[in-house]
Design a protein around this ligand. Sequence first.
Ligand code: ADP
Length: 472
Amino acid sequence: MEILHVSAECYPVAKAGGLGDVAGALPLYLNEAGHLAKLVMPMYRTKYLYSHSWDIVHKGYTNLGNRWFEFTVIKERTNELGFDLYLLDINGLLDREKVYGYDDDTERFTAFQIAVLDWVTAWQHQPDIVHVHDHHTALIPFMMGNCYKYVSLRHIPTVITIHNAEYQGWMGWDKSIYIPPWDMWNWGRLDWNNTINPLASGIKCASRVTTVSPNYLEELKTMSNGLEALFEYEKGKCVGILNGIDSNVWDPQTDKYITHHYSVNDFEAGKAKNKMELCERFNLDFQKPLISFIGRLVGEKGADVLPSVIGDSFWHIGRRMNFLVLGSGNHHTERELERMLEQASGDYAVYIGYNEALSHLMYAGSDFLLMPSRVEPCGLNQLYSMRYGTVPMVRRTGGLKDTVIDYEDEGGYGICYNHTSTGDISQGVFRAVELYRTKKKLNANRETMMKLDFDWKTSVQKYIEVYEQLIK
Ligand code: ADP
């Protein structure tokens, strides 16, 4: 099968979160399973672009409403990522350093989707499946099925994967002129609550919908930022498929970002060396358990409760642990976390920003990884932490519930709690400190986690099943 992935992110070209990791791995593992997967994404001005060689494969001219623009598609020459990687450039819209966060994101991603379909229409052959990801590319199923100029693509099945349903790409009906001419009788396929809702449209129009964990799919039926009824209605074509880990990038034996490699056979010594490096860098006490947080500092991740959890833990449990936070996002939370340094330096450190290398060192060198998420579609952090022998401390939600079993339950290894509240999380911190004291139990948990199979090879088979059902 030939599958074309369309995504706003792809590691290592441009990544803002888990979508980047998945888009960088899924096509590779599909290819390894004997299929032909390709990926097209916007040509942001990132380091990857300038450090690789490219061939121009297509030039086109199209429009977003009454704004006409030229676009260019380039292809990475060496196939370095293990699949055909295409970048699509639109001057004035996509030539930016960051992936998201611009006032004209609606125009940027709508123009990108139109240009992608113009390009695919010009192919000499057609892909068997078009697979889109999240709201930035979710208008594609509608456009393929309804726009007159894409009538030749109408029969191609589409799949949409929902990595995060909180963001839906809402745009007013005044922007409907952006979409190439279509049969206006079908306006309901774009609409949700009197606005154009690209994510809702993707769910309505795609042949199949996947979410990044089975439990997240269940949760979406009761909590999906306004789309609950739609998920309930469309449940027949939805399936939850857990994300995997790309072992080429995330393996403590070969990780290119860490100096002290280790495996399940020598993790105690290996983790200690990485922890020492972290503690020296952030002036933390090596003897104490190190509890880390990595992620976007937003409400979804429960980042706003971190300052009170840290303060509360020091107050009630004593200074018996270290905390280390890596992330960026909400300015208020960033400032609060920085202010905590005044009262807790020596036992607490924070790095505000995005740092891929540091995140790898933290997965390797931390004892525990805190994830008090309110919403977690799959969660990759806990999968990485387990692969690196770091005990995840998670709220029972979304993919965290699918992947982490409390160490006091049968076959368990992690620490679980029910609410994103200071009390519940601090109780988890207390249990972490206690677990750290019983080294034998801690190491047994580490060994169990490191042996768990969250490989993409397993998950990719489920995507293949979805594709096969569509092209039968
Ligand atoms: P999200 O909802 O942000 O996509 P995921 O758990 O699916 O959450 O994926 C998060 C990914 O982003 C992981 O690879 C994590 O290590 C990475 N990440 C998040 N914040 C940072 C940061 N500040 N620095 C480095 N990596 C980060």
